[in-house]
Design a protein around this ligand. Structure first.
Ligand code: OFO
Length: 169
């Protein structure tokens, strides 16, 4: 059974994923302003990925015959203290999203909503990757400890990020 409570929680998650996309777009704008084209590119790819996540929830709710209700998106911050601070914010955000997904999974379990459990499994695995990727960038930035040359190298490296793969869709 697809309860009202589960439908509302999944609708909330569309909102969280779109809010994630918006935060990463704000970070891309910050990095563009600061002349880091690679970090900008990485954040735009992250924006695309979050939109794919939002649409997965959107399509899933429809596939179960329920209604999608969109919510207002909060204005994201426009300024960050440094590249490290932006990526640390991104990591904290991903940890929060992981907790949201775990709560959804726990609710599906409680309600014996097996289709939702199956649907959410992909997101549980995805969040492990998301935290690993963003956490890896945080560690790399810490390792170069603010050196301009190190940041430039990282910027070039992150500029190579490929668009979300077909299995994301
Ligand atoms: Fe949708 O994974 Fe990030 O937020």
């Amino acid at each position: 059974m697809f309860s009202k409570k589960m439908q509302e929680a999944l609708n909330d998650q569309i909102h969280h994923e779109m809010e994630s996309a918006y935060i990463y777009l704000a970070m891309a704008a910050y990095f563009a302003e600061e002349n880091y084209p690679g970090f900008t590119h990485w954040m735009k790819m992250q924006f695309d990925e979050e939109m794919i996540h939002a649409f997965k929830f959107y399509d899933y709710i429809h596939s179960r015959g329920a209604k999608v209700v969109l919510q207002a998106i909060t204005q994201p911050p426009a300024e960050f203290d440094s590249p490290l601070s932006a990526f640390e914010t991104a990591l904290g955000h991903e940890q929060k999203i992981s907790a949201d997904i775990h709560n959804l999974y726990a609710l599906a379990l409680e309600e014996k909503d097996y289709p939702s459990l199956s649907f959410l499994q992909w997101f549980i695995d995805e969040q492990v990757e998301e935290e690993e990727h963003v956490g890896g960038v945080v560690e790399d930035i810490k390792r170069v400890s603010g050196s301009d040359q190190g940041l430039l190298m990282l910027d070039r490296e992150l500029g190579q990020r490929l668009p979300p793969s077909p299995e994301e869709e």
